[in-house]
Write a protein that binds this ligand. Structure first.
Ligand SMILES: Cc1cc2nc3c(=O)[nH]c(=O)nc-3n(C[C@H](O)[C@H](O)[C@H](O)COP(=O)(O)O)c2cc1C
Length: 169
């Protein structure tokens, strides 16, 4: 899809068909994640691809929405802060890196006709337990990945002049 069209077409999909995702499509999505830029190219992230089939009850503890479990896959993007670039004022850029990785995933998926929805409101402790995350690995954001079964809504966004200033504040 043409890029401008792609960013207009992408939306948060909150309903999925159970149809499986072709291996080539999943690989294309993961490859887009791999190519994402990260601060100092440190790539301080790990992705966990989770099949929902047969695990719905335990996965419900992570995020309690029926549509979350309808998709055949969930991709969980984790950060490893100890491996991320840290600015002189001690700002750790790991979360920024993971967000960029997830945006690549989400746009690549939309380009293939697949639906996603950023999920930040998950239960981090349940995620740690169920996915057996080791110390030092933080779940940052996740998304279901599947064929959409819910319509888009009109985009509600602030006007550009409410969001952009020129030259200084
Ligand atoms: C960092 C982040 C976290 C989000 N967390 C959730 C979430 O936990 N649950 C949810 O339903 N949507 C979540 N969203 C989706 C937003 O609500 C959605 O992107 C926004 O309302 C704009 O709608 P659109 O994605 O359809 O354009 C999140 C989005 C972002 C960027």
């Amino acid at each position: 899809m043409e890029f401008t069209e792609l960013i207009k077409e992408r939306y948060s999909v909150r309903g999925y068909k159970p149809d499986p995702i072709e291996d080539e499509k999943l690989l294309e999505v993961l490859e887009a994640a791999r190519l994402a830029p990260t601060a100092a190219n440190l790539q301080p992230f790990q992705l966990i691809v989770v099949h929902t089939e047969g695990r719905k009850e335990e996965l419900r503890r992570i995020y309690k929405r029926d549509w979350f479990l309808q998709a055949p896959l969930i991709i969980v993007a984790c950060g490893i802060p100890s491996k991320a670039w840290v600015r002189r004022d001690e700002s750790n850029y790991g979360v920024v890196d993971v967000a960029i990785v997830m945006d690549h995933i989400i746009l690549a998926a939309a380009n293939l006709g697949l639906g996603t929805c950023w999920i930040g409101a998950f239960d981090p402790q349940a995620t740690r337990e169920i996915l057996k995350l080791p110390e030092g690995v933080d779940p940052i954001v996740m998304t279901p990945l599947g064929y959409p079964d819910a319509p888009s809504k009109p985009k509600e966004r602030k006007a550009l002049d409410e969001l952009v200033r020129y030259e200084n504040w």
